[in-house]
Design a protein around this ligand. Structure first.
Ligand SMILES: NCc1[nH]cc(CCC(=O)O)c1CC(=O)O
Length: 306
């Protein structure tokens, strides 16, 4: 098989995207001494429209489409995404090629006033751009106020200070990767605040038929991460849930070897109508399928529309 000697990785330009792409480049160079890696950066629709809340833009693949066009024309060989941003159904000719080892999947609470989310008093204002996070917080604390929060990680931390929010919620992995882990006030437990599908994982995307790329990336993929995120994406695909609905799914190894726990969450955007369950079993895909069928029977579709 032909191994390309110069590999072109496609990336967004944000600090987090670049960190993740450089991480993939380092892993690939370590696995293939002599390989040269070039990083091609581009803006996506989601980067350009920072003025609008994400659900209002509405398009699928907000952070991925431009990179997919580059894959289609072989301008890049591999696109490096946050897996969370990669839709469950990809454009024709594209595939989810796998993930290296996942970082923290958790949501982080960041505040200069309160040590934990539970200490935040009624009436306080929490900022987040995510419908899922808002719904999960509101479910427990219906008297909180919310503000929208968009932009890259640095911008969001600045807004916490400048706008005087009582707290913000962001992905723990993003702060860790950017060496701002000390900014995390406390992490929200995954069984209560079920993370987004794929959160904390890098998602590699390639053009179907590039067997050379499959062979090249095989040594840097992580089996346990891929079993978990593949199951989470099964759950999401069946519900057609994108980033603008309150849907969470997180699969992790159980304490008993060979067992997995699948945490699932579907709710209305105000968090009032909610399906929430953690189930243990041997096969992540089967846990996802069984849970999603149960949730559909219990009205998941109408709850997500509410
Ligand atoms: N759509 C935003 C987005 N996409 C990926 C990450 C963080 C990294 C990750 O979750 O893997 C974020 C920021 C956030 O959720 O706070």
């Amino acid at each position: 098989m032909r191994t390309p000697m110069n590999l072109k990785l496609g990336s967004r330009k944000s600090a987090l995207a670049l960190w993740q792409t450089h991480h993939v480049a380092d892993l690939l160079r370590a696995a293939h001494p002599g390989l040269t890696v070039e990083i091609v950066t581009m803006d996506t629709l989601g980067d350009l429209r920072t003025d609008v809340p994400l659900p209002a833009i509405g398009a699928k693949g907000l952070f991925t489409q431009e990179l997919e066009a580059a894959l289609a024309s072989d301008a890049i060989d591999l696109a490096v995404h946050s897996l969370k941003d990669l839709p469950s159904t990809l454009p024709e000719g594209m595939k989810f090629a796998g993930s290296p080892r996942r970082a923290s999947p958790l949501d982080a609470f960041i505040s200069t006033r309160y040590a934990t989310f539970d200490e935040v008093p009624d009436g306080a204002t929490i900022a987040t751009g995510s419908q899922r996070r808002k719904a999960q917080l509101l479910h427990r604390r219906p008297n909180l106020k919310f503000a929208d929060l968009r932009g890259n990680i640095g911008t969001r931390l600045e807004k916490l200070e400048r706008e005087g929010f009582d707290g913000i919620i962001m992905a723990h992995a993003a702060l860790e990767r950017l060496e701002m882990g000390e900014r995390v006030t406390s992490a929200l437990p995954a069984d209560q605040y079920v993370p987004a599908v794929g959160q904390g994982a890098i998602g590699l995307e390639s053009r179907i038929g590039r067997d050379d790329i499959d062979a090249l990336i095989a040594p840097i993929l992580d089996e346990a991460t891929m079993r978990a995120v593949t199951a989470e994406r099964i759950f999401m695909r069946r519900l057609e849930g994108g980033c603008s609905v309150a849907l969470g799914a997180y699969c992790e190894p159980a304490e008993t070897p060979g067992q997995w726990v699948f945490h699932a969450w579907v709710s209305s955007t105000d968090g009032q109508q909610c399906l929430h369950e953690s189930r243990t079993g041997e096969d992540p895909d089967q846990l996802a399928s069984a849970l999603v069928e149960d949730f559909l029977e219990r009205g998941a579709r109408s709850i997500l529309r509410a």
